[in-house]
Design a protein around this ligand. Structure first.
Ligand SMILES: NC(=O)C1=CN([C@@H]2O[C@H](COP(=O)(O)OP(=O)(O)OC[C@H]3O[C@@H](n4cnc5c(N)ncnc54)[C@H](OP(=O)(O)O)[C@@H]3O)[C@@H](O)[C@H]2O)C=CC1
Ligand SMILES: CCCCCCCCCCCCCCCC(=O)[C@@H](N)CO
Length: 326
């Protein structure tokens, strides 16, 4: 009798003790970063997810700047945002691979509160088929371009923090930046790279009241995806379909809400939440409740992850068998 009482008490008590412990230790501490009347600078803001983010930020009362290469697409985006919100965004034509051009844009745009490094290119292809130039292009735009942006914006962001309150640097990764996917050797490498950059950067800028976020969308309906789908290995599509597709505006909403609450990891759909927990690793976590879920679910999600791999390797095997028959 006493034994079973003890059993039930510990069933309640142990999780409570764990919750309390996690409440004490989770770092950095929770924060809210206001967006109204503050300056958000979005790269790749002329199309897809970046454009949806610019729309949303403008309608929430932010001052918005967008940067991308094509001035025509920028003008088009500016007109579309003006039509739907009545607000004018500032546009900057620059290639993120060109540090000087990026620096000029940042200087002209004025002090930044939210930097959203969202530009990205994706071409899915087996590494054996993919040209090295294309690999380099993907790494240059997605990874080195992000370094260029952050290097250009960080000094100004740091300087203006005291007068302007908390700031944010958000990076657009991908679920292919949490798990390697067939056809994405270059793309996944570029997006995994962003995670290392973000984890290290958060430690460096926390003292300046700057908060780093990493967004992990699944396939998202954008002009970029339409282009990618024209030449995508079948296996890439099959494996990526393990996570549902989203609309650009849904991703933008998740991203902006996550950024405003200073979340380090921002998943976008339910598979994304599972992925975030399964790949939590040593990344920072502000929410002690999420930390609790990560601790409790770790073992079972490893089993789920192994089931996904079992399923994916099954598809790969089947595909090879079919290919050899024809
Ligand atoms: N759509 C999807 O399925 C997913 C996308 N993502 C990520 O989200 C981000 C946005 O993707 P999405 O909206 O689909 O992409 P789009 O192709 O629709 O838009 C990409 C944007 O980036 C700009 N851009 C591209 N190259 C450069 C460059 N060298 N310098 C400056 N700007 C550049 C483009 O403008 P311009 O060409 O004029 O320069 C455009 O504004 C990317 O980082 C992508 O990897 C993540 C998961 C899923
Ligand atoms: C443990 C539980 C795991 C749960 C689910 C795992 C699902 C993984 C699916 C990965 C999909 C990757 C899509 C990349 C989209 C993208 O970035 C491109 N459209 C752009 O190229």
């Amino acid at each position: 009798m006493a034994d079973s009482n003890l059993f039930y008490i510990s069933l309640v008590l142990l999780p409570l003790i764990l919750l309390f412990l996690l409440f004490l230790i989770t770092r950095p501490r929770p924060i809210q970063i206001p967006i109204k009347k503050r300056h958000i600078f979005i790269t790749g803001g002329s199309s897809g997810i970046g454009l949806a983010l610019a729309h949303r930020a403008a309608s929430e009362g932010a001052r918005v700047s967008i940067l991308s290469r094509s001035i025509d697409k920028l003008e088009e985006a500016k007109n579309a945002i003006r039509q739907s919100t009545g607000i004018d965004v500032a546009i900057f034509a620059a290639d993120v691979r060109d540090f000087e051009a990026v620096q000029r844009a940042v200087d002209e745009a004025g002090p930044i509160d939210f930097l959203v490094v969202n530009q990205g290119i994706f071409v899915a292809q087996e590494l054996e088929e993919q040209k090295l130039e294309e690999v380099r292009f993907i790494i240059d735009v997605n990874l080195m371009g992000s370094f260029n942006m952050i290097k250009a914006a960080l000094p100004g962001m740091k300087r203006s923090r005291k007068d302007r309150g908390p700031g944010s640097i958000a990076l657009m990764s991908s679920q292919a930046g949490q798990v390697g996917i067939y056809g994405y050797t270059a793309y996944s490498a570029s997006k995994f790279g962003l995670r290392g950059l973000a984890e290290a950067l958060q430690q460096e800028v926390i003292g300046d009241n700057i908060h780093v976020s990493l967004v992990f969308p699944p396939d998202t309906e954008t002009p970029g995806l339409t282009e990618e789908n024209k030449r995508k290995p079948q296996l890439t599509s099959i494996i990526a379909a393990s996570s549902g597709a989203m609309k650009a505006d849904e991703v933008a909403k998740k991203a902006l809400d996550g950024i405003k609450s200073g979340s380090f990891t921002i998943p976008c759909n339910s598979e994304g939440i599972l992925l975030a927990i399964a790949t939590a690793g040593l990344s920072p976590q502000r929410s002690y409740l999420m930390a609790f879920v990560e601790v409790v679910a770790a073992g079972i999600l490893r089993i789920a992850a192994l089931c996904f791999q079992w399923n994916w390797y099954g598809s790969i095997e089947k595909w090879h068998v079919q290919k050899n028959r024809t």
